[in-house]
Design a protein around this ligand. Structure first.
Ligand code: GLC
Length: 573
């Protein structure tokens, strides 16, 4: 390595760092993972029966999207009881059994806490509807009088993330048109009033409820949204899912007041044994602003949506990697990396769209279709690059099988409120939420014994089923298994990172080597296992440096042993 020019990006973590600093956390979307009772919706007993898949994959923890009691208007992100399991998914006893089995297998469990809003069926909201304006019950939510003589104009111009106005008018108990309540998401998801200490006490108690049951942490939904700016000033712009646009300007995102809430939560977690963690879903830019959520007395981790958003171009990847590491280093927090989740088009499809175009919020049959082969090739390369980066990584169920988005789902199946609130202008997120294929030749590809499936699976899922990939050299599943094993063995998640090559040019001319190939050097845990990472995004194959030994490649090398286009390799030095 002495003759390679390097630029240090990040110093190694101590080898005995707590588990979460380099954890690989796998997201299970409970309704779509495994269906134990055959009703077509996944459930907790189904999940427990298939946990072996995750132990073999080699992840450290599982994050479950919400399985709490909910009318399911936003697939469980509309919670009506934070201390119970929705009957669709099972019972509290099923949750205990799942936790116990996961812990036996060495897998930690992260649950999804939704504090910005409840369901409109939550007992508190029902109480608020029955109570008078100004009452204690109304003060737990964001009720306001409307404008105009008859109060028929919403209190302000805020827009819902799912489309349409962010306010809905209620009918008072006496039958007259009444106050309005704020919902940054669907009208079935009223926002809590986080200025009210009663709301704060309630959520600290919910945290304790799940910590006492043995969960290892929380993913916190819309963590940047809890506090709204004093006076609720006007803000006419649209907000999109997982978008960091406008966060700096918005009176409802990233207000300074959110941080004291998380400091209080952190002290609750710290009372418990076993390194329990919180991860923030905060769509906040720039990276320095997002880093405020992971200061030492707040969250342990925050999702790095900047990485998910980065186009498949060396200059963009280099920038986001550099900025994320430096912002997180400035507060002593590990970076995290993510490519897919239940809110975005799966990366195997996203990366099959032309580079540089706006990331779509869903793909329908009438939209330009992704190039499936190119998408999968790039997805494998992007994942292998991600898993070589220091910090934590989040995987979304099915990416280890290379699953594409369902891009031709019939509209009548769509459940995402975005689709309905925009009259179909936004197709929404159902295409990434389609049930998992386990066995090619079983009903619903092994998702449910009856063949029922709440969303139909596309035919391409058959050959991608887990049983078609397990033990098959070169399959995406085996690539992920090998990558996770090597990442662990070599301690890549705790390593120091350097950019290799001349990075002083800031050219956007893709013909220069610096803009075609991203080369990184990861020192590995304790500096013991230096690993070279080469991601070739250019048009020409590139050679491995002399003296390096190939460890893993996201796709086959050329006959001459070169790294082809859209391929990432790891090599020992
Ligand atoms: C988060 C969730 C998303 C949900 C929204 C409202 O962004 O990830 O699925 O719709 O919050 O709770």
């Amino acid at each position: 390595m002495t003759d390679l020019q390097t630029t240090d990006l990040h110093a190694a973590d101590p080898a005995d760092s707590p588990w979460w600093r380099d954890a690989v956390i796998y997201q299970v979307y409970p309704r779509s993972w495994a269906d134990g009772d055959g009703d077509g919706v996944g459930d907790l007993p189904g999940i427990t029966s298939r946990l072996g898949h995750l132990a073999e994959l080699g992840v450290d923890a599982i994050w479950f999207s919400p399985f709490f009691r909910s009318p399911q208007k936003d697939a469980g992100y509309d919670v009506s009881d934070y201390r119970d399991i929705d009957p669709l998914f099972g019972t509290l006893a099923d949750a205990d059994a799942l936790l116990a089995r996961a812990h036996e297998l060495g897998l930690r469990i992260i649950v999804d806490l939704v504090p910005n809003h409840s369901s409109d069926q939550h007992a508190w909201f029902q109480e608020a509807l029955a109570a008078a304006p100004g009452s204690e019950a109304r003060e737990r939510y964001m009720f306001r009088d409307g404008l105009g003589a008859d109060g028929s104009t919403p209190p302000n111009d805020w827009r819902s993330v799912f489309g349409g106005p962010a306010w809905t008018r209620i009918t008072e108990p006496d039958g007259t048109p009444g106050q309005w309540y704020l919902h940054l998401f669907d009208s079935s998801q009223p926002d809590f009033n986080w200025q009210n200490p009663v709301v704060r006490e309630e959520f600290e108690s919910v945290l304790r409820f799940w910590l006492d049951r043995g969960v290892d942490g929380f993913r916190v939904d819309v963590a940047h949204g809890l506090i709204k700016k004093e006076g609720l000033p006007p803000f006419p712009l649209e907000t999109e899912m997982i978008s960091q646009d406008n966060t700096a300007l918005s009176p409802f995102w990233d207000q300074d007041g959110v941080h004291e809430i998380y400091r209080a939560w952190r002290s609750v977690l710290d009372e418990y044994e076993g390194d329990r963690i919180m991860c923030a879903e905060a769509w906040v830019a720039p990276a320095e602003r997002a880093a405020r959520y992971v200061r030492p007395d707040e969250f342990h981790q925050a999702f790095n949506f900047g990485y998910l958003e980065a186009p498949w171009r060396v200059a963009d990847l280099r920038t986001v990697i550099t900025d994320s590491l430096s912002a997180n280093d400035s507060v002593g927090a590990p970076a995290t990396w993510v490519l897919s989740n239940h809110d975005v088009v799966r990366h195997a499809s996203r990366l099959g769209l032309p580079v540089g175009q706006k990331r779509p919020n869903g793909i329908s049959a009438s939209d330009p279709q992704p190039d499936a082969e190119l998408g999968l090739r790039r997805a494998r390369a992007a994942s292998l690059l991600m898993l070589a980066l220091p910090g934590g990584a989040y995987l979304y169920q099915g990416e280890e099988l290379g699953l594409p988005e369902h891009t031709a789902l019939d509209h009548h199946y769509r459940e995402d409120p975005t689709f309905h609130r925009t009259s179909g202008t936004e197709v929404g997120r159902d295409g990434c939420r389609v049930p998992m294929p386990w066995e090619r030749d079983a009903p619903a590809y092994g998702f449910s014994a009856t063949g029922a499936s709440w969303l139909p699976q596309p035919p391409a899922y058959g050959d991608l089923a887990a049983d078609q990939q397990a033990g098959v050299a070169g399959s995406t599943l085996e690539l992920y298994r090998a990558a996770l094993a090597l990442r662990d063995e070599r301690g890549l998640g705790l390593g120091g990172l350097a950019l290799v090559g001349d990075t002083t040019t800031d050219s956007t001319d893709a013909d220069t080597a610096e803009d075609a190939v991203l080369t990184l050097h990861n020192t590995g845990r304790g500096g013991e296992h230096p690993t070279l990472v080469i991601a070739n995004l250019g048009t020409e194959p590139v050679a491995l440096p002399e003296g390096s030994a190939l460890l893993l490649a996201s796709g086959p090398l050329t006959d001459d042993g070169l790294v082809p286009t859209d391929t990432t390799i790891w090599a020992a030095l």
